[in-house]
Design a protein around this ligand. Structure first.
Ligand code: PLP
Length: 483
């Protein structure tokens, strides 16, 4: 392993909502501009680190600078009426409790829990919901370690925003990693465990090691890959360079690789500038030197990266540094989406233009992809069939594996930004997957009710645990594998 040549460097300051007035780089702004950002930050999570302020934001180009848009709340992220209401409260220095109450009301109006993630994806193990785990696709379990549920800076478009404003009922199991291990011992089809958050790499290396270790012990040979979903390579490259535990973190990566498992660092890079600092490049090089493969993904967001040249530059830079372009996502249907969303037709144009201008090594990327309730749906293109203008769509991932790779068509709509706004082409009543999805949702509802009722019975009368069930949908429809 490459030894660090730097001396240990502290995290630097993290600036939060109530410290907005103290951020030196904002001192030149008019007080009402700062007040406006504070008003929005009462609703949506805000934190920014010194590294982002000092090295990523272009302070000569405010407010249009993409990195400024990536971390600083903008008035337009709220509905005009909601913004005015909060701004007035801040202006008259209203009591905290009053501001919080209004902020909460606005948060609840922003579709905080889209895609039924909690209801449909949290598995049931030995009769209990396995909190801190989501298992939507048969081969991959998402793991939310309790201590990795924060970030050093927050992306303004974050789809997990409700978790950072205390709106999410995310609960975490007590002995998380051991319970996950027991679950995985029975889930022989799980090949991947994806650590996610927040950002699991904000944890100290020693703590992360405690989470990882149970997965490396004998018995889980079928789990052939671990993944860490992280924004740290972009927001906090010094995490991998010169913190007291930087070397320890990289040794943990090496240990995972040496155990025979593949280690994928799923790096969230939103803009090529995040790859252009010296620290960012060194960090990426060090991570790759451990034997980990860095795969890169990000959503396409207006005001930040909604240009083909930006993506082409980013993918090319990633390939040059040894990373692998992986997914371009469509911004999800939650939070400040009105400010950030890009219509699917335009997203497809941007993707096609970008992908056709880069070399084959960068064309490993797939997109634009929507992570929606039934699965990951990619927009393959816009075309005409007969006299009808249509979107050609396809599942990259699906709750039911038999849906994957089967082309389907939606009526072209230049304004549609999400799957649920699309209508089937050719006069069909519904998309091919809808009956199956309805059955899954219904089966889940029945199970929920069953579990609730059975938990009120004395233990001896309680329903048997759903032992060995592959997922909450196991057995919901005979002969089909549900994910
Ligand atoms: C995207 C996603 C995964 C991982 O999918 P890959 O295509 O293997 O990267 C796993 N679980 C959920 C819920 C996802 O949204």
């Amino acid at each position: 392993m490459i030894k660090t040549t730097f001396s240990a460097r502290p995290t630097g300051r993290i600036w939060r909502q109530h410290q907005m007035e103290d951020i030196p780089q904002l001192a030149w702004m008019r007080p009402d501009q700062r007040l406006a950002m504070r008003a929005v930050a009462a609703v949506l999570p805000f934190a920014v680190s010194d590294y982002v302020l000092d090295e990523l934001v272009d302070w000569g180009n405010i407010p249009d600078d993409p990195i400024f848009q990536l971390v600083f709340p903008q008035p337009e992220m709220l509905e005009p009426a909601a913004f005015q209401r909060l701004f007035a409260l801040f202006h008259e220095d209203a009591p905290r409790a009053e501001i919080d109450a209004v902020a909460r009301e606005i948060q609840l109006s922003m579709n905080p829990h889209p895609a039924g993630q909690k209801a449909l994806n949290v598995p049931v193990f030995r009769g209990q919901r396995l909190e801190g785990v989501q298992h939507k696709y048969f081969d991959t379990a998402l793991f939310f370690p309790a201590r990795g549920q924060t970030c050093l800076s927050y992306c303004t478009y974050c789809f997990r925003w409700p978790q950072f404003v205390g709106l999410d009922d995310q609960k975490f199991a007590a002995s998380e990693s051991e319970t996950l291990r027991e679950y995985l011992l029975e889930q022989r089809r799980v090949e991947n465990v994806l650590f996610t958050g927040g950002d699991p790499l904000v944890m100290r290396a020693r703590l992360l090691e405690r989470y990882v270790e149970p997965l490396l012990r004998p018995g889980l040979e079928h789990v052939s890959s671990l993944r860490f979903g992280t924004k740290a390579l972009a927001f906090d490259p010094h995490r991998f360079l010169d913190r007291p535990d930087s070397d320890e973190l990289l040794r943990l990566f090496e240990r995972i690789v040496a155990s025979g498992k593949h280690l994928a660092v799923m790096a969230h890079y939103t803009h090529p500038r995040e790859l252009e600092t010296e620290a960012a490049r060194k960090a990426l090089r060090r991570v790759i030197a451990t034997g980990a493969v860095v795969r890169c993904q990000a959503p396409l967001v207006r005001h930040i990266n909604d240009e083909a040249t930006v993506w082409a530059r980013m993918w090319t830079e990633q390939v040059k540094l040894g990373a692998v372009p992986y997914y371009m996502f469509v911004e999800r249907d939650t939070g400040p989406r009105a400010w950030f969303e890009v219509p699917l037709g335009r997203a497809n144009d941007i993707f096609r233009q970008a992908v056709s201008s880069v070399c084959g090594l960068a064309r490993t990327v797939r997109g634009p992809s929507m992570s929606a309730t039934p699965g990951k749906v990619v927009v393959d293109g816009v075309t005409s069939i007969g006299s009808e203008r249509v979107f050609a769509l396809r599942f990259l991932r699906a709750r039911d594996t038999s849906w994957v790779g089967r082309p389907f068509f939606a009526r072209y709509d230049p304004d549609a930004t999400w799957l649920d706004q699309l209508r089937p082409a050719f006069g069909e009543r519904e998309f091919f997957f809808e009956p199956g999805l309805r059955r899954m949702v219904e089966a889940q509802r029945v199970r929920e009710g069953y579990r609730e009722r059975s938990s009120m019975l004395p233990a001896c009368e309680a329903a048997p645990a759903e032992e060995g069930s592959a997922s909450p949908f196991a057995g919901a429809r005979a002969g089909t594998e549900f994910e």
